[in-house]
Design a protein around this ligand. Structure first.
Ligand SMILES: [Zn+2]
Length: 297
């Protein structure tokens, strides 16, 4: 092929790729409120949130470098404003990797002290340490007239778990604590008593629209009822386990015996319900775990 023709073909290929990538980013963006968006590829099952203000952008939940590159493209499909902040919900690698993509954009990376201490002790090649560490139960980030409240919710799942609330827009971002239309993933790192307490507190928060880090619902946005349903699922599972204990079913047969028909339309019902039952039974037998001593301020 002559050089000029080859160059032409290459340029067409690159521009097609760029068009596809832009379309890809836009296809995975949903607008929740004025300046508030959800991003995620349903094929991978992780969703982030970003907020566009006159003074720049705030991104929540980097997930991984691959996800963050997609999130950055999604942001760029909406605005050219600088990215000021990247906020972490909690410590777990499958949510907290990829921060370098936003550091390269000049964003300040922010996480709760508990999550940061864990990140320092558990390095990963795709994980960068945050620039700003916050403590206590509450921090507000105000940018370009928009406010995001960071609520540290205590022991429930992972470390440093933060729920993000935009009071004016009535939008909340919730990672891992609620996964609509899907049985919870293993619930291994959940303190069930504290998880239930946290869900009750979230139910009292003032929001109309929920963005979840994972959702198998048809609709892109959720509501308070997803939070309530998750709390009820935990309670129903406990009731079912107690009923089997009373019947005298063997401890080892209980996880496969339990059926919760109310939730059988949830994804991973067959796969994860027995695993959820195991963790719940261990907690009921041994007491709440994981647990840690939290020194008084
Ligand atoms: Zn997690």
């Amino acid at each position: 092929m002559p050089n000029v023709k080859r160059l032409f073909v290459t340029l067409i290929a690159i521009s097609t790729l760029l068009m596809v990538n832009t379309a890809f980013a836009e296809e995975h963006v949903w607008r929740a409120a004025d300046g508030v968006y959800r991003y995620g590829n349903p094929a991978y099952g992780y969703y982030s949130m970003f907020v566009v203000t006159d003074e720049g952008v705030i991104a929540i939940e980097p997930v991984s470098s691959t996800h963050s590159k997609g999130l950055l493209k999604a942001i760029r499909s909406v605005t050219k404003k600088p990215i000021r902040y990247l906020l972490h919900s909690h410590n777990h690698w499958d949510h907290s990797k990829g921060g370098q993509v936003f550091r390269d954009q000049g964003a300040k990376i922010v996480a709760h002290e508990e999550a940061v201490e864990w990140m320092k002790a558990n390095p990963h090649p795709d994980l960068v340490l945050p620039d700003e560490v916050w403590t206590g139960n509450r921090k507000d980030i105000v940018l370009g007239g928009k406010t995001i409240e960071l609520h540290y919710m205590g022991m429930n799942h992972g470390l440093g778990m933060t729920v993000f609330l935009m009071p004016k827009e009535q939008v909340v971002y919730i990672a891992d604590l609620v996964t609509p239309n899907r049985v919870l993933f293993s619930i291994a790192d959940f303190n069930i008593k504290e998880w239930t307490r946290t869900l009750t507190e979230i139910e009292k928060m003032n929001f109309k629209t929920a963005i979840y880090s994972h959702s198998h619902a048809k609709e892109p946005f959720g509501t308070r009822s997803d939070v309530t349903q998750t709390r009820e699922f935990i309670e129903d599972l406990q009731v079912a386990i107690i009923a089997e204990f009373k019947k005298g079913t063997s401890f080892y047969e209980i996880p496969e015996t339990i059926k919760l028909s109310k939730y059988e339309h949830w994804d991973f019902y067959d796969e994860w319900l027995p695993i959820n039952a195991w963790k719940m039974m261990f907690s009921m037998e041994m007491g709440s775990f994981p647990w840690r001593h939290v020194p008084a301020d």
